[in-house]
Design a protein around this ligand. Structure first.
Ligand code: C2E
Ligand code: CA
Ligand code: CA
Length: 741
């Protein structure tokens, strides 16, 4: 799963979790609030009844105290005194008015007025019977306000002296209910058992609550007449109902007076609002938390994205060319190759290297060098077809995966690419030609990528070897050759120590008599597995890796050892020609080294002939002259080997003095059945003779050849017709046998 999809799912899950949590929370809060509301309305109605009872109780106490003081005062006999006493008392308390009703039915008021039967006989007897009395709601006879009348009977020694009473306006009680109105949200009532409103806060327009309740729709579990029924039984209760589209809770409790009830009503609305407020608050908190989480997540993802991009850059992008690097190329390779395979198009892995890039860096500096690499990369990429790949695998090496519908066609395409990429123009406009070499491996086998790389690399190395070739395809024979070279290289040092290299000597003979006048030292490798290996299969490898320097000296020493022994044993002695690779010529100590070695074995220098091949001679005439002169100075004779194999220029020979010229066997072979060539050969022989050099013909295999060469004036023959190269013992036997004859 990609990072983005994962984080999207993560955010979704988080949001869903928070949403589910919110719904749960909402339900919990609503339920909790409903329970709270029910509980709190019960508490409120209890407080309502308690407060009201306490108030009435306190007022009745005031009246009781007044009754006691009246009895003692003796004012009952003096009406004017009674009125002024009452009015004085009234000023000290909260009653609207106070009064006293005599058993005769006459009632006097604190304002001086009097009325008959202000309290009815029924009310008076209730008061005597219960020691107190609270009236129903009635009109004040003076102010016409709604009032309640509270009364206390006055008795002395079993005699009823009258009733002390006080009037209190309903509004006064309503004010006390205000404290139980739940911050103005609820309604508080004092009602009679029949539902008639005695006191209400706030003021209501109706007189009977049961009348109103008729229109209410009660909650499940609450019977419609429940409240009324409870009140006739003196029970308290709680009911939820909807009225005029609003839901409310009502709680009712009986009062200690007149079988009245305290009734509290609380709209559910306010509770829902509070829940909503809470909900909104928690939602805001939740959303803020989600917001912060999301921001945090985005931040983390961005950091992650940035660091993975940086990692990707590090791991898969070449910092110089901003193209794929080897790792990226390798990752994409098999997929791309597979896609071509499905289209039945063969693919090739091409490895391209800028030739002598180190020199480019040295000449133009690293900055320019980098610039060149960028342009080469750009040029190589510009010709890619769809599905093909490119990368810079390191330094000045580029890899390409190319479609190869046709081998020849691909060769031409790559040549054109190399040509284009090799045209590098510096900022000044000056164009410098670069040369590039490419090795191509046509992917024909399901082998690991590193093997394909090796093969493309081998092809590149073979292109590199062939001067003038900018592109080569990998082939199995070449690979085997390389493998063989590697094997040779890995075992050559040990072979030298183990004396696997053997000296062979090939006689140089007189044409007529066949008598041996000289010999050529030729090396053989007596390989423990391969048997006798001819020098052509290892000398070129040793020339490449420099081992030939050691081997030549070994052959020289072996030859010197023979010469020394022959001399010591007083045997016939013939000069031995020793082959020296061109590599020796680069060593300024070469000649001294030869002389020293010969001296070590006490071999006269004249018994050694130094064979240098024609190609070396014409490579650097000046140096050659120095070497030949140096060798002559030390008394060695010098032979030019392989004359006529390619580079021969008779003109050059005029300036270089060779003691001997060895005609190449190919040169002779070309003269076989070719009269013109024979003329060339005899002309060359005459000319060489004219320069004073002796001539050895190599590769003489037949009598006919021997006769021809002898006629042209060659001095000696070296060839199978006379003798093959022989092991030292065989050569010695032949030589000694000849002299015995
Ligand atoms: P080369 O110096 O031209 O040696 C003569 C080669 O011709 C020898 O091959 C010899 O066996 C071969 N040959 C002689 N007579 C005939 C003939 O009648 N017919 C044919 N077909 N070939 C004949 P060999 O021994 O295989 O040596 C090959 C080359 O290896 C030599 O060519 C020489 O260039 C090089 N080589 C051999 N030994 C040494 C060495 O000790 N040092 C160096 N640097 N090169 C050596
Ligand atoms: Ca030779
Ligand atoms: Ca030769």
């Amino acid at each position: 799963m990609s990072g983005f999809r994962r984080s999207f799912v993560l955010i979704l899950v988080a949001v869903m979790a928070v949403a589910a949590g919110s719904v749960l929370y909402w339900q919990q809060v609503t339920q909790r609030l409903a329970t709270d509301a029910r509980e709190s309305i019960v508490v409120v109605s209890r407080e309502l009844t308690d407060n009201f009872e306490r108030l009435l109780g306190a007022e009745l106490q005031v009246l009781t105290a007044l009754a006691v003081s009246l009895e003692e005062s003796g004012y009952l006999q003096q009406k004017t005194q009674l009125v002024s006493y009452l009015s004085r008392q009234n000023r000290r308390n909260s009653f609207e008015m106070m009064g006293f009703q005599f058993p005769s039915g006459e009632a006097v008021f604190s304002n001086g007025a009097s009325r008959r039967n202000f309290l009815s006989a029924k009310e008076v007897s209730f008061a005597y019977e219960h020691s107190h009395y609270v009236s129903e709601k009635r009109k004040d006879p003076f102010s016409q306000k709604d009032i309640l009348v509270l009364a206390i009977p006055l008795r002395s020694h079993g005699e009823n002296l009258g009733i002390v009473f006080g009037t209190q306006s309903v509004d006064f009680y309503a004010d006390t209910l205000a404290s139980n109105s739940m911050h103005g949200e609820g309604l508080s009532f004092i009602i009679t058992q029949e539902g008639n409103v005695v006191v209400s806060f706030p003021q209501v327009q109706f007189d009977n609550v049961f009348e109103i309740a008729k229109n209410a729709v009660f909650d499940r579990g609450v019977a419609p007449g429940q409240m009324q029924k409870d009140m006739t039984l003196g029970k308290d209760g709680l009911a939820g109902y909807a009225l005029n589209g609003h839901h409310r809770f009502s709680s009712y409790r009986p009062l200690a007076y007149n079988q009245w009830y305290g009734l509290s009503v609380l709209p559910t609305q306010s509770m829902a609002e509070r829940a909503q407020e809470l909900m909104v608050l928690s939602l805001v908190i939740c959303l803020s938390v989600i917001g912060v989480l999301v921001l945090l997540l985005i931040f983390i993802l961005r950091m992650q994205h940035q660091s993975s991009r940086a990692l990707f850059q590090l791991g898969f992008v070449d910092p110089l060319t901003q193209t794929d690097n080897l790792s990226a190329f390798q990752l994409k390779f098999s997929k791309a190759a597979e896609e071509f395979k499905q289209k039945k198009v063969p693919v090739a892995l091409a490895l391209i290297n800028v030739n002598r890039f180190k020199a480019v860096n040295d000449i133009y500096g690293f900055e320019q060098g980098d610039q060149i690499l960028k342009q080469v990369a750009q040029a190589l990429q510009s010709d890619l077809a769809e599905g093909e790949l490119f990368c810079r695998s390191g330094a000045d090496v580029f890899l390409l995966l190319l479609a190869c519908p046709d081998r020849e066609e691909l060769g031409r395409r790559v040549d054109a690419m190399l040509e284009k990429a090799g045209r590098f123009c510096r900022s000044g406009g000056e164009c410098l030609p670069l040369s590039l070499t490419c090795g191509i491996y046509l992917v024909d086998e399901d082998v690991p990528f590193y093997i394909m790389m090796d093969r493309a690399n081998l092809a590149w190395a073979s292109a590199k070897r062939h001067a003038g070739k900018s592109c080569a395809f990998y082939d199995e024979a070449y690979r085997r050759e390389i493998v063989n070279e590697n094997k040779i290289e890995s075992s050559m040092e040990q072979a030298l120590l183990d004396q696997e290299f053997k000296l062979y000597l090939q006689p140089k003979c007189d044409f007529k008599t066949g008598i041996t006048h000289g010999a050529e030292a030729l090396v053989r490798w007596l390989h423990p597995e391969k048997g006798l290996v001819p020098p052509d299969s290892f000398i070129p490898v040793f020339e490449k890796n420099g081992f030939v320097l050691k081997l030549d000296l070994f052959v020289l020493e072996e030859s010197l050892r023979c010469l020394k022994r022959w001399m010591e044993e007083d045997r016939p002695v013939v000069p031995i020609g020793v082959n020296f690779s061109r590599l020796h010529l680069e060593d300024p100590c070469f000649i001294d080294q030869l002389a020293d070695l010969a001296d070590q074995y006490a071999v006269p220098h004249a018994l050694l002939e130094i064979e240098l091949t024609e190609s070396v001679v014409f490579g650097n005439v000046e140096r050659m002259k120095q070497v030949i002169d140096g060798l002559h100075e030390k008394g060695f004779s010098v032979a030019m080997d392989d004359f006529g194999s390619g580079y021969s220029s008779l003109n050059v020979l005029k300036n270089l003095y060779f003691d001997c010229i060895k005609l190449d066997k190919e040169f002779l072979a070309r003269g076989e059945g070719n009269p013109r060539m024979r003329q060339v050969i005899s002309g060359a022989v005459k000319m060489i003779k004219g320069l004073g050099s002796s001539i050895v013909a190599e590769g003489v295999e037949t009598r006919e050849q021997a006769d021809f060469l002898s006629r042209t004036g060659c001095d000696m023959a070296q060839g199978y017709f006379f003798s093959r190269p022989l092991p030292v013992a065989d050569f010695e036997k032949r030589l000694w046998d000849e002299t015995r004859k």
